[in-house]
Write a protein that binds this ligand. Structure first.
Ligand SMILES: Nc1ncnc2c1ncn2[C@@H]1O[C@H](COP(=O)(O)OP(=O)(O)OP(=O)(O)O)[C@@H](O)[C@H]1O
Ligand SMILES: Nc1ncnc2c1ncn2[C@@H]1O[C@H](COP(=O)(O)OP(=O)(O)OP(=O)(O)O)[C@@H](O)[C@H]1O
Lengths: 217, 217
């Protein structure tokens, strides 16, 4: 069970906050707009009205205690930069911040924000590409016919090599990775000789009819 | 060379407009904020200041003539819905619209908008998942170690089957799709017996060191 702080309950911030909450983690939300704080309070652990760009407001929170702080202030670029600086100086373990423009993003990175995201720009690029030259990942994510799935290795596949199981030839399904929790890592692009172990998560892409046959969707 | 109309030059709209323009297509932008129209005019074919939620404004444009119309009005939900209705009634060939909320999105779909996008919500979900349970696509897209690449089939691979080339065993690279322009389609999750033809685009995922060895990145 992790602890997260989300600053800014706009569309991006509230999406992060409610998703983390649904995934079973503790989420504190801060916004200086009381209406938004009220609206989100039922979806998260805690929500307070405060000006996050103020040192005293942030001091009331245990900033280093959060697993990550998500800074979701958009148009108020000055408030975003001010808050970012405070978070970094107060020892936030890991920070993600939304940026309004490329320049805003560069400043946030230089301040020490770990990850800067551009939701509207990225979706804009994705839409533009999908209208003229779709990338495969977009196509898979947007397509109704294909899916990427993650499934626990079925018993009848445990102990066999990928080559022996040969999903590609039998079902037209590509195994793109294996996750093995015991090693805590994900093995992308496994080789034909890799043996499936009990508990492995198989990550595969294929067309939905084939995945349905296997009951993988 | 395609023709696009982008309504709304906010962060999402301007990202779509400039990306389509850079990809070599004609882009007309409409926004009722003259400053934004001025700012974007150098990046696109044409930009006009107008209230898109008005029938007379849209009648001045050849709505059915565009390959797609991208509706990028955010907070002004009423203007977005009004404009969407006008676009559909005036025979827009294909429409993409940004939605502010799930409900807004449902209305747009019912009106007949072909594709509704939620840039902030989708990025919010992605960030939330990456903080607790990254999906493989996120990991690949966000990872510095792995990439998805699309490359023209090298001469020494043409005429061979995927099995013969065996990128997986030799390089730890997974071929997840083959694009063949002559058939105008993308063949996701090809089988071992598929023969690489000249001009094929190979879509593969693998670790960057391996991809560098092949000079695929
Ligand atoms: N100093 C501040 N302290 C706390 N919250 C703030 C502060 N400044 C702005 N906010 C809040 O941040 C939220 C998001 O900001 P804003 O709506 O400007 O950005 P946005 O980029 O359009 O958001 P989104 O795209 O996520 O909807 C708003 O709910 C706003 O009330
Ligand atoms: N009736 C209208 N006609 C033309 N343009 C409009 C109309 N209403 C709003 N716009 C423009 O649409 C653009 C995007 O709207 P807004 O800034 O409210 O949304 P947003 O969702 O925050 O945008 P983004 O997230 O893409 O930055 C603005 O530049 C605004 O001027």
């Amino acid at each position: 069970r992790k602890q997260f702080l989300v600053i800014g309950a706009g569309r991006f911030g509230s999406a992060v906050a409610t998703a983390l909450s649904k995934l079973g983690h503790d989420v504190m939300v801060v916004d200086n707009d009381e209406t938004l704080v009220q609206e989100i309070s039922s979806e998260v652990t805690d929500a307070v009205t405060a000006n996050a760009a103020s040192e005293s407001a942030l001091k009331a929170l245990d900033i280093p205690g959060y697993d990550a702080v998500i800074l979701a202030i958009g148009y108020e670029i000055q408030a975003s930069i001010m808050t970012a600086l405070l978070l970094v100086e107060m020892g936030a373990k890991y920070t993600v911040a939304k940026a309004q423009t490329e320049l805003h993003g560069k400043v946030l990175e230089k301040i020490g924000i770990n990850r800067v995201v551009f939701p509207e720009r990225d979706m804009g690029l994705k839409v533009a590409h999908s209208l003229v030259a779709p990338t495969i990942i977009d196509m898979i994510e947007l397509s109704d016919e294909y899916s990427v799935v993650e499934v626990s290795a079925p018993d009848d596949m445990v102990g066999k090599t990928l080559k022996e199981i040969d999903l590609r030839a039998r079902f037209g399904i590509s195994v793109i990775a294996l996750r093995r929790d015991s090693e805590g890592n994900t093995h992308i692009s496994p080789v034909a000789e890799d043996v499936i172990k009990a508990g492995d998560i198989i990550v595969a892409v294929g067309d939905n009819k084939a995945l349905k046959k296997l009951e993988w969707i």
